[in-house]
Design a protein around this ligand. Structure first.
Ligand SMILES: [Zn+2]
Length: 326
């Protein structure tokens, strides 16, 4: 069996693939873009499918997400009232994960860093059962996608849950990376830093959500204390040359999700998105979905939107695509 993760280097270096991608963008050919290998490095797995699939899975009981939301608070309230309440069993977690993975595969995603919330472990009879489910999914799809399970921790998570849920996950070897998310106004940075050190010692890739809405000072603080290899969003760095320089000096990648930023109101309109400016400052960026179920825009669709609106050249987007396959 040939695992896709063993072929990433040759796929990155394949000039024919690059040519086809650039041609597909220039021809506005979404179907062709979908066939080109790409990464999705900012994806919350249980919301990684279209709303229609999520709703179908729960027998049509789910109310659609608002088209435009006022920040993370409105998103959180939709999720609390309309999605989380439906997820009651480990079977549902596993089924939704599979929907997200197959959706990614259908969009040509071959590297998927998708977060699994730390709380999922509590749905299982024991830790081993949870970790073997994750391993089973990795193996099942390994010919088509490099599924990299990411351990996701909410900023509000109390310390006892970091001990009970996060710690065994860090030590399990089942996870590729760790991420921190939720309202940026909650910032227990000393608590996170304690567990991030353990994660780093256990070989996990270090990631954190920051700079979606918050100040560039909070981005700088997060970089200095958590030392992330990648930042989820980080778009507010555009307001501070100091933040931009720090991101560049430390070789940090920004995993950006343009449609998510528009639909949550972090950026007022697509044409004003700072992704091109960050890229032209020399920062490594990638283009991602965040939550396909909420924002209804696949990675392929994101690339095409950015091209059609003239924010990037096709060649630049190809560079960004290759960057997402590391
Ligand atoms: Zn996110």
């Amino acid at each position: 069996m040939i695992k896709i993760k063993d072929n990433l280097k040759s796929i990155r270096e394949n000039n024919n693939i690059s040519k086809l991608f650039i041609e597909a963008l220039k021809n506005h050919n979404l179907n062709q873009i979908k066939t080109i290998p790409k990464g999705d490095l900012h994806n919350h797995a249980l919301l990684g499918m279209r709303f229609s699939q999520f709703n179908k899975y729960f027998d049509g009981q789910v109310k659609p997400p608002p088209v435009q939301m006022n920040g993370l608070e409105e998103m959180a309230s939709y999720l609390d009232n309309e999605t989380i309440k439906f997820i009651k069993s480990k079977q549902e977690i596993e089924d939704l994960l599979e929907l997200a993975i197959t959706e990614a595969i259908n969009d040509g995603v071959i590297v998927l860093e998708a977060s699994l919330d730390a709380s999922f472990i509590s749905y299982y009879n024991n830790d081993v059962e949870y970790f073997s489910m994750i391993q089973k999914l990795k193996n099942k799809y390994s010919e088509k996608i490099d599924f990299r399970p990411e351990l996701g921790a909410a900023r509000v998570l109390p310390e006892d849950k970091w001990m009970e849920w996060v710690l065994p996950c860090i030590k399990s070897g089942a996870f590729y990376s760790i991420d921190l998310y939720d309202l940026e106004s909650v910032n227990k940075i000393d608590l996170y830093s304690k567990y991030y050190k353990i994660a780093k010692d256990n070989g996990l890739k270090i990631k954190a959500h920051v700079g979606e809405f918050c100040s560039s000072e909070q981005i700088i603080e997060t970089i200095k204390i958590l030392n992330p290899e990648a930042i989820q969003h980080g778009i507010q760095a555009i307001k501070s040359q100091k933040a931009i320089n720090l991101i560049k000096d430390r070789n940090i990648t920004l995993n950006i999700c343009p449609t998510s930023n528009i639909k949550l109101g972090a950026i007022d309109k697509f044409d004003n998105h700072p992704a091109p400016d960050l890229y032209r400052e020399g920062i490594d960026i990638t283009i991602n979905t965040d939550d396909l179920m909420l924002f209804d825009s696949s990675v392929s669709e994101e690339y095409l939107k950015l091209y059609k609106r003239g924010l990037f050249l096709a060649e630049e987007l190809n560079f960004i695509r290759i960057n997402s396959l590391k």
